[in-house]
Design a binder for this molecule. Structure first.
Ligand code: MN3
Length: 199
């Protein structure tokens, strides 16, 4: 079965003014779609057809000759997590179970948000900031370059990922990545979705 571009779980204008319909049009309709098209061509070429997306991500990470497969598989995986991690009127109170895990990992919610924002701000060039659950169950913040993710590196289970490639924020925020990260955490984040990924 070929990989498919998932439909957005909300209307294209639902996240405005924090993420515009124009951004979603390009980011979901052009960028994410291109990763899916490229990935389907490359898995055929490389004899990886029939494997799950997670299997392709892990099998191609740091494997010579499989850079193209990994970049597109990683980005398909990352964006599949990104769209449902946002919602209209997001960023409010967290489910109690998530808030407790965050307090355990970071001290309080504001310290977590500061660490997540800092990870996104200090990711030089394109990449992602992450909230992950480590193999010992503890929550931590991380960042990766380009299409890399915590599943590939084995760092932990990604609970929340914020795309800090310029295509994610340049239409709405120009060069102000910090303002975009603030909006992502305080006005867009779907904490129910994040909580549903806790082990
Ligand atoms: Mn992107």
């Amino acid at each position: 079965m070929a990989f498919e571009l998932p439909a957005l779980p909300y209307a294209k204008d639902a996240l405005a003014p924090f993420m515009s319909a124009e951004t979603l049009d390009f980011h979901h309709g052009k960028h994410h779609n291109a990763y899916v098209v490229n990935l389907n061509n490359l898995v055929k070429e490389k004899g990886l057809e029939g494997k799950s997306l997670e299997e392709v991500v892990k099998a191609s990470y740091n494997k010579p000759g499989f850079e193209g497969v990994f970049n597109n598989a990683g980005q398909h995986y990352n964006h599949n997590l990104f769209w449902p991690a946002m919602k209209a009127n997001g960023g409010g109170a967290m489910p109690a179970r998530l808030e407790a895990a965050i307090k355990d990992g970071f001290g309080d919610v504001e310290k977590f948000k500061a660490a997540f924002k800092q990870a996104g701000l200090t990711q030089f060039g394109s990449g992602w900031s992450w909230l992950i659950q480590k193999p010992d169950g503890k929550l931590a913040v991380s960042k990766t370059a380009n299409g890399v993710n915590p599943l590939a590196t084995g760092e932990g289970t990604p609970l929340l990922g914020c795309d800090v490639w310029e295509h994610s924020y340049y239409i709405d925020y120009r060069n102000d990545r910090g303002k975009y990260l603030d909006a992502f955490l305080n006005s867009l984040a779907n904490w129910e979705f994040v909580a549903s990924r806790l082990a």
